[in-house]
Ligand binder design. Structure first.
Ligand code: ARG
Length: 487
């Protein structure tokens, strides 16, 4: 069910039409200013299917407690089905007078059932309802985000498969450091995504606890069955403390940490693609379908997807900061401040659902300029460590080996030549430990081939890494496809 925008909510605002859940002790209706500030239905309407699922479970529990007879239960369940279909088709829409999603849905139920619709509110408060709805929504959408993460990781893995052997200039401080394989580099972006997936699953375990039955804060005097309700809604169990159940928004903050972390990972990948596609690097060419042009400069081809990945990390981090700041200092239990938890959470989901497919498409269709990468791999004396390691193998302490190699690099810088272009005499001049056989290690190929230990950049370990990553991603695909929330 999609969002309702503000404009569709402006009609039908005469005070007499209000569908408020709390008018009894008030002499008059709310001021226009209060109503406008208070209303959340324009953004929380997307919780409607989850609220209805919660209502079904609650109705069954009320019937189990003898508070609804079987005929009433049947009518309520039928009305909930009908209301759900009407919400999905758009036949039932919230109005601005429906303060929030819970209010709107109660109106829908009253329209269908008359006063029987009012029975469902027994033993339940919007405080436990909203906490339940948001857990259900986020558990459901965490799986959607996870599938999109897997798709991006798949795209990186597919590219990496083509470049297990492609040499590239590995960098630290954005300076040429040591040769690596480009496949290894691409897989270095897969590992963070695998950690993000693990974070989502860990988070999901903690979030699978139902608050329903906590009522406003104290639990219920009616004989409800929170554990049965929790099972029906796909949770592991129900709350241990009713006050915590309605006050806790750790699951929102934690979810936003994960999405912020994902944002940072995508931003770092985006930054690299921006660099790689620049004229100066020229390592990657984007497919036309995943690049943009300029309105004035006809020659331009820009990596806007990569830049938006970098830019959108700002709002993902911002959402986390907003929710943590909102929660800090709130007294037990529910406070209206907490209504501010939803927009950042929804925005994080929307942002990633928009961004991840674009990034996956960009990565899977990009062309890697192998010639440019291979040519750049040895540039900047990136094989100097090979000389030092060669000396170490001959028994020279690394400290001395480092010094000797440094001198050799300085000589090459003056001569404007590569390490393997130094003459036999000059090698001997730099150090008695150097001899022409050092040239055997002075190729990118041999440097890469030497890196055979697990997790290293050599083609062998990279092939192993690829197999493991592909395997793990298959497992995550299954996890993401699980239907945890009943519909
Ligand atoms: N719209 C509210 C929220 O999002 C629902 C809970 C309102 N509870 C209350 N006691 N006013 O937090």
């Amino acid at each position: 069910m999609d969002q309702v925008d503000d404009k569709s909510l402006t009609e039908n605002s005469a005070p007499a039409n209000r569908t408020s859940l709390w008018g009894g002790r008030f002499a008059g209706g709310p001021s226009e200013a209060l109503a406008r500030l208070s209303v959340s239905v324009q953004f929380d309407w997307r919780l409607a299917p989850y609220d209805i699922a919660g209502s079904r479970a609650h109705a069954r529990v009320l019937a189990g407690a003898g508070l609804l007879d079987p005929e009433e239960l049947g009518r309520i369940l039928a009305a909930l089905d009908d209301l759900e279909a009407a919400c999905a088709s758009g036949a039932f829409r919230p109005t601005v007078d429906d303060e929030d999603v819970h209010t709107a849905l109660e109106r829908g139920l009253l329209e269908r059932l008359g006063s029987l619709g009012g029975k469902l509110r027994a033993g339940r408060s919007r405080n436990d309802q909203v906490a339940t709805d948001l857990r259900l929504y986020l558990r459901d959408h965490a799986r959607g985000v996870a599938s999109r993460l897997v798709e991006l990781a798949d795209a990186l893995v597919e590219q990496a498969e083509r470049h297990v052997d492609t040499a590239a200039p590995g960098m630290t401080h954005l300076q040429h450091a040591q040769p690596v394989t480009f496949g290894h580099w691409l897989l270095a972006h897969v590992q963070p995504l695998l950690r993000d997936l693990e974070r989502l699953r860990d988070w999901d375990h903690r979030t699978a606890v139902s608050p329903l039955g906590a009522g406003a804060l104290a639990g219920s005097g009616l004989p409800l069955d929170p554990v049965a309700v929790s099972k029906e809604l796909g949770f592991r169990t129900s709350f241990a403390n009713s006050m915590d159940a309605v006050a806790d928004r750790d699951f929102v903050a934690e979810f936003l940490f994960i999405t912020a972390m994902v944002g940072v990972h995508l931003s770092r990948l985006g930054e690299e693609v921006v660099l790689w596609t620049s004229h100066e690097f020229g390592w990657v060419e984007l497919d036309d379908a995943f690049a943009t042009g300029s309105s004035i400069m006809p020659q331009k081809k820009n990596a806007d997807i990569a830049e938006l990945a970098r830019g959108k990390s700002g709002r993902l981090v911002g959402g986390l900061v907003a929710v943590l700041t909102m929660l800090k200092g709130l007294p037990m239990t529910y406070d209206r401040d907490m209504q501010e938890d939803k927009e950042p959470a929804f925005d994080a989901v929307d942002t990633l659902e928009l961004l991840l497919p674009a990034l996956a498409g960009m990565i899977s269709t990009m062309t890697v300029r192998v010639d440019r990468l291979v040519a750049a791999a040895p540039v900047g004396f990136s094989l100097a460590t090979e000389v030092a390691d060669w000396l170490v193998r001959k028994g020279v302490p690394f400290r001395d080996a480092h010094e000797i190699t440094g001198k050799l690099v300085a000589l090459c810088a003056v001569r404007d030549c590569a390490l393997d272009e130094v003459s036999d005499e000059e090698l001997a001049m730099v150090s008695e430990h150097l001899d022409p056989s050092v040239r055997d290690v002075l190729s990118v190929r041999s440097a890469l081939a030497a890196r055979t230990t697990p997790g290293s950049t050599g083609p062998g370990p990279v092939a192993d890494q690829l197999a493991t990553a592909a395997d793990r991603l298959a497992g995550w695909r299954e996890w993401a496809a699980e239907q945890v929330v009943p519909r």
